[in-house]
Design a protein around this ligand. Structure first.
Ligand code: GDP
Length: 404
């Protein structure tokens, strides 16, 4: 693809390898300690990786503002596996701006036929369970075997607390340096629904870019696990032995949503305890409804540190894939997920258009005050608000507010 944003070479003097700036004395170079020749700067931004500038990069005019790409450029860039365009495509998908939304959807429609030939693996567990360590150890092995791995995160806490449980430390350092892997932190801003939409769409972009294994990581808090379950093929619950509350997963019903329980940190002094915990989980799982039809949820033990058991975890993922593909459950689940996603998007759109309606916004504060003050019931208020939205003339049908 021709890139016309690169600075015009004609505008720069040709470099003959001996460029002498005008301030260099005539006989400099013969005298010791005087630098004479000036090397030209690197024309593209270095990607920081050893072995030269293999990544396609571009320099931009000094305004600092990058020109917007066309949908064609996004699609071509993503399909050819161009990392910098991939990152920009994801940024486009994550944007909340209305004008980006349309472009993102056009791009996604074109990328969709190239996505899907993957395994989508969800992974959850309390902070500290070792999610990033396991993904790193497993991910490096998968890269070695020629897989291309994208790691996405769904972390709704980033919008609630302003910080992020998943993103506040240097994570997966080795994996992030591996050319076979791409790690994208949780999109920020907005409610979980928004974060989930962005992650789903990011997944499509990564798949179209040739990543064949997708990890979607989430923290073991509340709704985010249900959200991630709804976008992956197989769901892993990472546990640790002796965390004080072995039944934590059961209470929250997470164990009924997962396909594999993996007890991490089975190393050193902890090996026996981890094995005992694994056996306990296996016993408990026996009494629970499996999450996937035709697949018996099982418990494994591993260590992200020593690598023990890591291959077995992946073997179980492969077995799950083979088993559910043969039974048709794999495809059926993806179809159902797409339908659920569609319905979610409809609801999201309805909500956005309702709360964005000028008449609704104008009258909302007064109606809220009336509900708080017990002047009208929530049901009456909802009916009123819906009528306000439907009122094309923008006439306020609010009952007069009682003076305070
Ligand atoms: P996350 O919050 O679930 O992503 O957990 P991390 O991967 O950041 O790991 C939390 C802590 O547990 C870190 O201090 C890790 O070094 C440690 N850890 C992770 N995996 C293992 C393991 O297999 N064995 C041991 N002994 N420690 C581990």
């Amino acid at each position: 693809m021709k890139d016309d944003r690169v600075a015009d070479p004609a505008a720069e003097p040709a470099f003959d390898g001996h460029h002498r700036p005008e301030w260099v004395p005539e006989r400099a170079g013969e005298a010791e300690g005087f630098t004479t020749n000036v090397m030209p700067g690197i024309k593209s931004r270095h990607d920081g990786l050893p072995g030269g500038t293999s990544v396609e990069t571009t320099i931009y005019p000094a305004t600092g503002k990058r020109p917007e790409l066309t949908v064609d450029e996004y699609v071509d860039g993503v399909l050819s596996g161009n990392r910098s365009i991939l990152a920009r495509a994801i940024t486009l998908v994550e944007s909340n701006a209305e004008r980006h939304r349309e472009k993102a959807q056009e791009m996604l429609t074109r990328l969709l036929p190239h996505a899907g030939q993957t395994i989508r693996v969800g992974i959850t567990g309390v902070p500290g369970a070792g999610k990033s360590s396991v993904i790193e150890t497993l991910g490096l092995r998968l890269c070695e075997r020629g897989h291309k791995l994208a790691v996405l995160a769904v972390d709704p806490t980033s919008s609630v607390t302003g910080g992020s449980i998943l993103g506040d430390k240097t994570r997966m350092e080795q994996l992030s340096r591996n050319r076979g892997a791409y790690i994208r932190p949780s999109p920020s801003g907005g409610v979980l629904g928004g974060v989930a939409r962005k992650s789903r769409e990011t997944m499509i972009v990564c798949e179209a870019a040739g990543f064949d294994v997708i990890f979607v990581e989430t923290v073991g808090v509340g709704q985010s696990e249900i959200t991630v379950r709804s976008m992956v093929d197989i769901f892993l619950l990472l546990q640790i032995a002796g965390a004080g509350d072995e039944l934590q997963g059961i209470k929250k019903g997470v164990m009924e949503r997962c396909d594999l329980v993996v007890v991490n940190k089975a190393d050193g002094d902890n090996t026996l305890r981890a094995e005992a915990a694994r056996a306990d989980y296996d016993r408990i799982l026996h009494y629970l409804q499996p999450s996937t039809e035709g697949w018996k949820t099982r418990a494994l033990a591993c260590s992200a540190y020593t690598g023990d058991g890591i291959d077995e975890v992946w073997a179980a993922v492969e077995a799950f894939r083979a088993n559910t593909t043969a039974s048709g459950v794999f495809e059926k689940r993806r179809q159902q997920q797409n339908l659920d996603w569609m319905h979610n998007l409809v609801l999201e759109q309805i909500k956005r258009s309702f709360y964005g309606n000028a008449n609704v916004r104008l009258n909302m504060p007064a109606i809220e005050r009336q509900v708080i003050g017990g002047k009208i019931s929530p049901t009456q208020a909802a009916t009123l608000l819906l009528a306000l939205e439907a009122d094309k003339d923008g006439v306020c049908v609010m009952p007069p507010e009682a003076s305070p």
